[in-house]
Design a protein around this ligand. Structure first.
Ligand SMILES: [Zn+2]
Ligand SMILES: [Zn+2]
Length: 275
């Protein structure tokens, strides 16, 4: 719902701590794609370039475009998006799709529509809600230059692999993503046993934890902490946080390697698929 939550005057919604102001969850990944044959590079140089120090073309991937996508894009000075991955079709993850329009016009001039990767279930909802964009007979001239693509087990965007991680959101199976040694799992109420095998050797794990009180489709902090300990990433960040959780107070009670994420949190990550 975002924090402050509309109509609420609780301690977190009225907090003056900027960490307690939360837009809807999303992830932005930026890297530089080496613009020469990377196999010819010495290994040290190659790693530096993937870590973002190189001179190549900037690539940008977004996971989910929620209702706050426009504000998030402005805060991060986005001028392009090379691909979008969708976790599932709920409003807080898709309603900003239309704000891809101006960015898609830029990208389209370079070579084509922005690819949007989604499961068949999510694709069906996107096609219905944004029918003026996706319908074969859509005639609205300024529609977003975007194109839906099926999500494979591994989808590669400009050299970076995104592995699909099945997770449960209540009764729905939705998707999380692993890229290099980082994984993003949001809106989870359970993690299937088979998905744990895909989550070994992580530097950063982003997991959703709504609040302390149980919820039918979202994990509590205690559940998320249990999974985080089992997965054993070097750092775990909790996201998709409701107004029941104050930033400072919750962090004080969390184990050392587990922290609440916050709007604007930025981390260097290794994007090489090296397992
Ligand atoms: Zn509140
Ligand atoms: Zn959500």
């Amino acid at each position: 719902m975002g924090v402050p939550t509309l109509g609420c005057d609780c301690a977190v919604c009225t907090s003056t701590d900027p960490h307690d102001r939360r837009l809807r969850p999303s992830v932005l990944l930026r890297w530089r794609e080496p613009d020469h044959d990377e196999d010819s590079l010495p290994p040290i140089r190659k790693e530096r370039e993937w870590m973002g120090h190189g001179q190549g073309k900037e690539r940008v991937v977004v996971i989910d475009t929620g209702p706050d996508f426009r504000e998030q894009a402005l805060r991060n000075s986005l001028t392009r998006v090379d691909a979008v991955f969708y976790t599932h079709s709920h409003a807080d993850h898709i309603l900003g799709l239309d704000d891809l329009r101006p960015l898609s016009f830029n990208v389209f001039r370079e070579g084509g529509p922005i690819p949007l990767y989604a499961t068949p279930e999510t694709t069906a909802v996107l096609e219905r809600i944004f029918d003026y964009t996706f319908a074969p007979d859509a005639t609205y001239p300024n529609r977003a230059r975007v194109q839906l693509h099926p999500l494979h087990e591994i989808t590669t965007v400009h050299g970076v692999s995104f592995q699909r991680i099945p997770v449960m959101h209540g009764e729905m199976e939705i998707v999380g993503f692993r890229f290099g040694r980082t994984a993003y799992l949001t809106d989870i109420s359970d993690i299937p046993e088979s998905s744990f095998a895909l989550l070994t050797g992580l530097d950063h794990l982003v997991l959703s934890a709504l609040r302390h009180k149980p919820h039918p489709t979202h994990a509590t902090v205690a559940q998320a902490v249990g999974w985080a300990k089992r997965i054993g990433a070097r750092h775990t960040w909790l996201t998709h946080i409701a107004h029941e959780l104050g930033h400072e107070e919750t962090n004080r009670a969390l184990p050392e390697k587990i922290r609440l994420a916050y709007d604007g949190l930025s981390l260097p990550v290794n994007l090489e698929a090296d397992r």
